[in-house]
Design a binder for this molecule. Sequence first.
Ligand SMILES: [Zn+2]
Length: 492
Amino acid sequence: MTTAIDQTEMSTILDVLTSDSCAGRELGSVGVDIAANFIATKFQQYGIQKIGDNNSYFQHVGFSWVNWENTSFRANDTEFKLLWDYVAVPTENNDLEINAKEIVFCGYGIDDPNYNDYENTSVKGKVILIYNGEPTKTDGTSWITNSQFQSDWSTNFNKKIEAAKKHEVALILVIEEKFKQLVDLKRSQLISPTFLLDSEEYLTSNTPNVAYMSSSTSSHVIGNALKKVIQARNRIKKKGRAHSFSFNTKLEISQKKNIKAISGKNIMAYFEGTDKKEEIVIVSAHYDHIGKKNEDIFNGADDNGSGTTAVIQIAKALQVARDKGIKPRRTILCLLVTGEEKGLLGSNYYVNNPRLDLNKTTVDINIDMVGRIDKKYSEDSAYLYVIGSDRLSADLHRINEEVNSKYSQLILDYVYNAENDPNRYYYRSDHYNFAEKRIPAIFFFNGTHEDYHRITDDKIKINLPILEKRTKHIFLLTWELANIPKRIIVDK
Ligand SMILES: [Zn+2]
């Protein structure tokens, strides 16, 4: 059956996916739709059954694109600049107009049985000013935990946002002592728009707005009350008791978001099973990439033209078998997802809007970058990094090993599967959305290389014979998982 998987055809598929007409296949672009239509045309040519919207191969995925249309932040007649002086992230904020003459200094913004900044303070509809972290004694002991350990008021900022919400605060101003680190963390979210799945809960934040300020911005905002605020903080630290108060200042804030709807597509090829057809095996890969910058096109041959081509060929081989009357016992869904590069969005959408019963989905086999050889291996090494196979199911791990030793004889490398692997690849591709739903997931990967997310990730650097070998292995694993007598067990 694997003879249908052929590097000559893979090469022509890759030519199209990596051509400049696909313009780097970025979510929301014309190019990514050209790629999607090409893939659907291939499925059509092979004669594969449709299961998508309106008798198509597509599952429509709604996205939103969110950025600031404008933000202005003035305190005591000085204008402050986003990213330089303060940080406010559009996804964590709503449109807001504030013209305040007073601010409530609210300590650390903590509402805890041991320590409560909101006690005897009225903050409803007001702007509050808080420090990040929690009060500690001079020896570093936390007043909240009574130990050297910080409480989750320090480690989970959402707790403070929830407390402010409970007290109906309009805006939280945070004195952020680690402002530089925060800017580094949030910069990309603020420079380029954020893509979100099109759901109300993502589009509007139902919590108070938050702005994080550098210490110099903070001093301007506090104005004449600076001494009083510092004294209050020192007193809190010394006594472990809240000391909130309001002070006069002049604050004008105006924030407006820009939300644009964008539509994307997941692509599905459906192969109905026989006696176990209600159970499902999914083979997935993302077909989107990062688009272009100015004149530079990121063609994404390895990432993830290779995985996309592999899935197209696996679908073809399944159809060739079907045409000869050879059908899998379980149903197989070949799923090409979009929006991976924007935060695993297409696969997230699929697991929350599954076309086939998720409870009966037995496994996700995910392919992301399988056309190259990394530094660790030499040019003719048929190896594959395997990630996640043993995280939820010992069966999955064992079956992959068995298929490999029986047929494929690839070097299976588990180095990136270590729980403490600093690259955290297990969390970084689409299979993770399935694993989060407790569906066993196995992720195949060729490792990283110097062309990763560069314009040099080109087709010419793809090792076609190795891509073919790896694809054949993944096909055989898919076939095995679709035909074994008992579905693999989740045992971890
Ligand atoms: Zn990728």
